[in-house]
Write a protein that binds this ligand. Sequence first.
Ligand SMILES: [Zn+2]
Length: 288
Amino acid sequence: MRDLSLLTWSEIKDIDKSKSMVFTVIAPIEEHGTHLPLATDIIEGEYWSKGAMTEIERRSGAECFYLPPFPVAAASVNEFYGSIHFTMKTVCDVTYAVIESIRFMGFKNIVVIASHADPQHQIAVEKAVRKINKRHGLCAIAPMGQIFMGVSAEKSDKLENMEKEHGNDFHAGRIETSSLLDIDPRYVRNGYNKLPDSVITEKDMISRERQLAAMGKYGYIGAPGSSSVELGKDLNDNCIASICDAAVKFFRRDGYQKYEHYSLYNILPLHFGFLPIAGRVRRKRVTG
Ligand SMILES: [Zn+2]
């Protein structure tokens, strides 16, 4: 795999586009509790993409390229200290600009890794992907929405049981803390295992106020205290296998459809964020 941004334009021109894939991570700088860095979703997106690219090159003969991550994302809760969020429209416009530019270089297989599960982000990214595919022919896919919804290559029983038991681990909880412990434990602050659980039902996740209340003074929703490297490795391996499965199937234009459309895309109220007033980012001044 090669970093596209370290090549010259003439080197890019010489690449055999029919045998290439380009990965691009679109994820936020966002608070992740007092125990994980702001770049958590970007770190995950890069780790999963690189894992998948290694496997794809081994399996399919395609050469993989990637760009530096674009730290642009939308979220339903913006007020927490430390986050840099954008409107859904901005995310859609940036995603569109990035993939259209890659398409115009001649690449026909673009995989957008939106490693941030918030439905507003997933919908904004998918809207851009749909628009590009309509205008320029099928050339891009954003599989993370469906992977976050549970669509995957294959999943171990252990992982499936864990997800059932901890279905309400939404943000910087057991799942993300375990994932980062596996990627590099230095990302995770000491004392994470003593953090109390923060509980919220799936139903309450649609209320901004209730999400904020559950985040409390720490900023996470879930159970970071019971995280482990072993679980993180299972989660990361599964995510890499699923991205790889989606990308290889997309490259072959065969069987990729289960990853193509985010299953919450057709829920109309989730698109209200594209409206100027409903979709504004609520930044809260905390100091100064
Ligand atoms: Zn995250």
